[in-house]
Design a protein around this ligand. Structure first.
Ligand SMILES: [Zn+2]
Length: 206
């Protein structure tokens, strides 16, 4: 006798998320000049509340590479592509002081962003000297986050990867970069996740 096929959750072919949490309708194509490379901790990839999927769907030039440890040759190829100056979006902190800022070459930029909790991002930075050696871009004063409702494990002043990246692109590109629609979409995404979390709590109560 044949075993009946296992019911599978339908996956959206475009954003590769389960249909119930498909993000395609939320994506807001946003023009930008800076290349974005996200190094994503594997634990973040599985988080329904992770903000990077929406970022990738909305930015034309955004690459996401999942991993915790990268071979030097792999990292070298990812970080140093000809024709772009690379900056790491990361604060200058005592645990990982920023190297001296190099003179600008006038080339367009490639912005590297580590997607992980504060602790995991710091570990990834410390375990990859090539990352720690990159010139940094620090956000002057992180904008208030709408993320706190769904990610309690983050430091109070840590914003989501999407918000931090959007703020960095606004700093680098000025008024030409229109962050509004994407931030609105993100706030709707957070509302949706929070609503599903409340629903789950309510359902398990009964
Ligand atoms: Zn989708």
């Amino acid at each position: 006798m044949e075993t009946p096929p296992t019911p599978r959750r339908t996956t959206c072919a475009h954003c590769l998320r389960p249909q119930v949490t498909c993000l395609c309708a939320l994506a807001r194509p946003t023009a930008h000049r800076t290349e974005v490379l996200v190094l994503q901790h594997p634990q973040e990839q599985r988080q329904a509340k992770n903000s990077v999927a929406l970022l990738r769907l909305s930015l034309a030039n955004c690459e996401v590479v999942v991993g915790e440890r990268f071979e030097p040759a792999v990292l070298q190829a990812l970080l140093h592509r000809p024709g772009r100056d690379t900056r790491l979006l990361y604060p200058d902190v005592p645990a990982a002081p920023a190297p001296p800022a190099p003179p600008g070459t006038g080339q367009p930029l490639r912005l590297v962003v580590i997607d992980g909790t504060w602790r995991k991002s710091l570990r990834m930075l410390l375990e990859h000297p090539m990352l720690a050696a990159l010139p940094r871009l620090s956000l002057d004063a992180p904008a208030p986050t709408c993320y706190r409702a769904i990610r309690a494990a983050r430091r109070p002043d840590q914003v989501s990867t999407l918000e931090a990246t959007v703020q960095a692109l606004a700093m680098l590109e000025g008024p030409a970069f229109d962050a509004g629609p994407l931030l609105d979409a993100f706030s709707r995404f957070v509302d949706g996740v929070a609503a599903r979390q409340r629903y789950r709590v309510t359902s398990s109560d009964t």
